[in-house]
Design a protein around this ligand. Structure first.
Ligand code: MLT
Length: 315
């Protein structure tokens, strides 16, 4: 399309590269890959942006992803199609309350999810994403450390059940994953008894309990390629279905049901903030240098520390 051609031209002119999340519109995923950029999860987005030689990163995703890129590459220009695209986990963990929570548990190692503000990261010992959280908490437990976990209570609970680590939790949830319902999922499983169920651990534990594979978006992609099944039921943001379907053309992927919707719902599990990203926005910000991501100077260096630890751990 003309818009895609325009973006391709602007990327070259501005020495820019696109970094897109699996949950954004398929156009933004495909264009990133077609132009030498990346579509992936938040961990690999951060690493790719840090290591790429382009001077400008165009991050399609939500605010914390742009901020993480900026923290890792303070001398690069980071642009986002829409700066109002945020995250319920980030919004649900304001720094003043988080500071008080940390102050109340001075003996605990502070482990926070990537889906947080720069200020919260700057208070953390470790950053994790859903793809490395389990391994990092396991390693900390093996060193005898007690954990303060924030903000996703479902992911935290899953990790505690898997590792037996001593953890206290912040009460946060992702508005998309929190809506998956076990009762409706069980009914769908009965309709598709051969199907394998792939669940993101930000989902409630009753939903996780029905899974054949539990994991991050990259783990879900891997499970779809390796598990022996033709049909999969997928409990994560439905932006994920694009990559699942293009990488597995012979297989069928069905969306897991959410509250108040029937099993035939085609678009209910989609993050409204991820949906704010589009081709027109990418073209506009590239052309005019708009929507630059800034991180407050007082958080920049301190917030890089837990991110660097995570990147070194997963290197
Ligand atoms: C992320 O880390 O990008 C999100 O948690 C989604 C995922 O990859 O599981």
């Amino acid at each position: 399309s003309a818009l895609k051609d325009k973006i391709k031209r602007l990327l070259k002119e501005k020495n820019a590269v696109m970094v897109s999340h699996y949950y954004v519109h398929p156009d933004l995923q495909d264009l990133a890959e077609d132009t030498g950029g990346l579509v992936s999860d938040s961990l690999e987005m951060a690493r790719f942006g840090r290591d790429h030689s382009a001077q400008t990163l165009v991050v399609s995703g939500v605010k914390f992803m742009g901020e993480t890129s900026k923290i890792l590459s303070p001398h690069k220009t980071v642009l986002m199609p829409d700066l109002d695209a945020t995250c319920s986990l980030d919004l649900g963990c304001p720094i003043s309350e988080f500071n008080a929570f940390c102050d109340a548990h001075p003996d605990r190692t502070v482990v926070v999810y990537a889906n947080t503000s720069a200020a919260v990261k700057a208070r953390a010992d470790w950053l994790v994403t859903s793809s490395c959280a389990l391994d990092i908490v396991k390693a900390l437990k093996d060193k005898g450390q007690k954990i303060l976990w924030a903000p996703d209570k479902h992911l935290g609970g899953y990790i505690q059940r898997e590792t037996g680590a001593d953890m206290v939790f912040w009460e946060g949830a992702c508005i998309v994953h929190d809506e998956f319902k076990a009762f409706e999922l069980e009914a769908l499983i009965k309709e598709h008894p051969q199907a394998k169920v792939l669940v993101h651990p930000e989902s409630p534990k009753e939903v996780v309990a029905l899974a054949h594979a539990v994991g991050s978006t990259s783990a879900i992609l891997k499970a779809a390629q390796t598990l022996d099944a033709e049909t999969f039921i997928v409990a994560t943001d439905n932006g994920m279905l694009h990559k699942l379907r293009t990488l597995n053309p012979g297989k069928t992927f069905i969306e897991a049901p959410t509250a108040g919707n029937s099993a035939t719902c085609k678009s209910c599990a989609h993050c409204p903030w991820m949906a704010m990203n589009g081709l027109a926005g990418v073209a506009r910000v590239l052309e005019h240098g708009l929507n630059e991501v800034h991180v407050e100077a007082r958080y920049l260096d301190r917030a890089r520390l837990p991110i660097d630890r995570m990147l070194a751990f997963t290197a």
